[in-house]
Design a protein around this ligand. Sequence first.
Ligand SMILES: [Cu+2]
Length: 471
Amino acid sequence: MTDHLSRRGFLGAGGLAFAGASMISGRTQAASLPEAATMTEATMQPPLFPKSGPDYQPVVTLNGWTLPWRMNGDWKEFHLIAEPVVRELAPGMKAHLWGYNGQSPGPTIEAVEGDKVRIFVTNKLPENTAVHWHGQILPNGMDGVGGLTQPHIPPGRTFVYEFVLKKSGTFMYHPHSDEMVQMAMGMMGFFVVHPRNPAERRVDRDFVFLLNAFDIEAGSYVPKVNTMLDFNLWCWNSRVFPGIDPLVVGQNDKVRIRFGNLTMTNHPVHMHGYDFKVTGTDGGWVPEGAAWPEVSVDVAVGQMRAFEFVADAPGDWAIHCHKSHHTMNAMGHSVKTYIGVNMKRTAPAIKKAAPGYMPMGSTGMGEMGEMEMPLPDNTLPMMTGYGQFGPIEMGGMFSVVKVRPGLSANDYKDPGWYGHPEGTVAYEWTGEPLADPARATSPDSGVKATEFHAVDPRKRPPAKSSGHGNH
Ligand SMILES: [Cu+2]
């Protein structure tokens, strides 16, 4: 006991010299565990500004938070608890997941290049776990691959990871122990390392999120963990639209958006209204001058990307995955295609055979955006969310970058919908109708007068090349 106490005193007083001599000063059994903060909300928490050490602009985690730490000598100490959690995916649906410190994903870990970090991981799962620090350059034994670089962490035990943050950049953490199950259950988190020089790569707003996916059957709560590709809830930080926080930005702010992909497929993330520069990957910063312009950036499985722009154009700019099935919630994928089928004729016949049958989608599926469909408990509509002009008809990986003049620094409150200057919104044309009645639209249904479903496609009249030519 005396030995433990003195070791603790020694660490507190002279940690730097001690650790300098041998990186793994390690053995902290005598020290008390740092408090493990927990989060009960799925709403974005204010960024955590550093109280000591180099200054930096802290990141904001969409629908998430940053893990508080304590200093112990010159070690920055964090405490993660791997545990079952209940996460609201969007209002109206909760999922029973696994995560860290009360939420999935876990809290963002934030530190500075050169920091010595000590991360305690307590396992409150019913099975072994281990944590891998994706992208970090560290001693092999700190890499967190259960069985390969360390024993798995059994339920009820706490392991300690210690390493120096060799470089700044964008990283993540996730289990490397029954990985398929634990990631399918939502275990992951963001890890941001800021440059030691506060001026380097500085931005005014820095948003982070992880792309993750679940397969949760309508009306149920627990993800299916053996799904390989056919997930039905496409999330940013275990949230789907309209549950994803907007990215609130002051006009002319310098903005960075960073994301990592821990789903099982790639996601082309597309932002409207701007071109931006890709400035970082999980391999590091792209040298200035080599950053490349994009409006969509594809992020492969296990990768991270960071892009930057100056927010000079105010508005409500959509940001979303460009795979259109990924901006849908569950239920959308097994619905039959009825586009072009005259359901007025067909539906009564089906209804006779199957009472309660609800026809959908004979003019597309947009109507579902405003349809109040009866859904099983704990199930989200497939496409949903309202904007100032009506239903947005989206779900899944979709949010809005809200750029506004006159915001104070670090004000992330949702400013509501954009007030468009007069004469800058697309409007309905009210001039003369087209002379060709076959190409005019019928005023009551919005359906083209021709019922092309009944026509053998080989006998259809050749399409006119003028397209939507009523300008
Ligand atoms: Cu996607």
